[in-house]
Design a binder for this molecule. Structure first.
Ligand code: ADP
Length: 331
């Protein structure tokens, strides 16, 4: 059976980008693979160094995971910092990760530009920690959005380098994966290319947004005064509305508005109303479960504890074997 590993950082609530880029695949894959899905709280510290909100965020992501359909009887759901073996593998992999390749990483350059006062070593070695997460459980597949593709390639590089240096076939080379499809990127409501809580809050529709909030956000989404010529190329913000519609609406709905656009008859108010209704139809059942789970903290603790125990079994075996392969031994 294949092993699947992936995680999401608890820097806020989960949005539609997280769902369609990652979570949707987690839910499908738990049916057919040995899955480990974690909440990447160590990763959050690279951009959100204070733990004060971390606990709330961890709890919210666990709630979103469960409400969206992850099943702790099928997949191992855990909090990254509950599995300290992650940090030992991270340290050991740091010894074979080169400064040059880490500095060239697009997301590092991007983050360094966004937080010039806090270009910490954790930010630089973020892909190494991510490699530790997936190699810890010998992942075959890692369901992620398109933005994470480079990190996954680096995880493969580290795995291959480890195997080469220590003359072993120990680590499998994991692949970035989207169930039956190419990797997806969900755009923002504000005209931005990627819906992202870290870049632009106003771009996001959260799974835990009440229906009225969703309606307001979608009606306020960036658009323009409409096409003036038939079959005109769509400007980014308009393309975004169509992309979102493609994710949540029926194909006929998408075709209808596409046709309206191409014949210059489109009314964005109508399109947004339909889009809001379709997003709400999709999130409403998730939202109802979120409200239920919020009132059940004992259940959440039990899920996290059980997940940590299962994840540590697999992780401690890997770390023991890696120590052995490298030759790290006690006297
Ligand atoms: P954010 O960018 O909001 O801070 P994360 O970096 O924590 O989110 O992403 C967690 C997971 O969700 C990753 O697998 C990432 O690829 C996926 N993801 C995030 N935003 C999007 C998006 N807009 N489209 C597709 N996948 C996304």
């Amino acid at each position: 059976m294949e092993t699947v590993v992936s995680g999401i950082r608890p820097t806020g609530l989960l949005h539609l980008g997280n769902y369609f880029g990652a979570l949707r695949n987690f839910i499908k894959m738990q049916e057919e693979a040995n899955c480990f899905f974690f909440i990447a709280d160590y990763h959050s510290l690279t951009t959100h160094p204070k733990g004060s909100e971390l606990n709330t965020n961890i709890k919210n992501v666990l709630i979103d995971y469960l409400a969206a359909g992850l099943d702790p009887d099928k997949a191992t759901l855990y909090v990254q910092s509950d599995v300290p073996e992650t940090t030992e593998l991270y340290l050991l992999l740091n010894m074979i990760a080169y400064l040059g390749e880490l500095e060239r990483c697009v997301s590092f350059k991007d983050k360094a530009r966004k937080q010039p006062d806090n270009v910490n070593a954790g930010l630089l070695t973020y892909p190494v920690l991510q490699a530790a997460d997936v190699l810890l459980h010998h992942a075959d597949k890692v369901p992620v959005g398109k933005d994470q593709q480079q990190h996954l390639e680096m995880a493969r590089d580290f795995a291959q380098r480890f195997n080469h240096i220590y003359e072993t076939e120990y680590f499998k080379l994991p692949v970035a994966y989207n169930f039956g499809n190419e990797l997806v990127k969900i755009p923002g409501l504000d005209g931005s290319l990627k819906m992202s809580k870290s870049d632009n809050e106003s771009s996001c529709v959260y799974l835990s947004d009440p229906p009225e909030t969703i309606r307001k956000k979608v009606m306020k989404a960036v658009s323009d005064s409409g096409p003036t010529e038939p079959n005109q190329e769509k400007p980014q913000a308009i393309e975004n509305l169509f992309q979102l519609m493609k994710a949540v609406s029926a194909p006929e709905t998408l075709n209808f508005f596409d046709e309206q656009y191409n014949t210059c008859q489109i009314r964005y108010g109508d399109m947004k109303k339909q889009l809001a209704a379709d997003i709400i139809a999709f999130t409403e059942p998730i939202y109802a479960r979120i409200l239920e789970l919020r009132s059940n903290p004992d259940y959440l603790s039990r899920v996290a504890q059980r997940g940590a125990e299962k994840a540590r079994e697999s992780a401690s075996k890997t770390v023991r074997e890696v120590r052995e392969i490298i030759g790290v031994r006690s006297l």
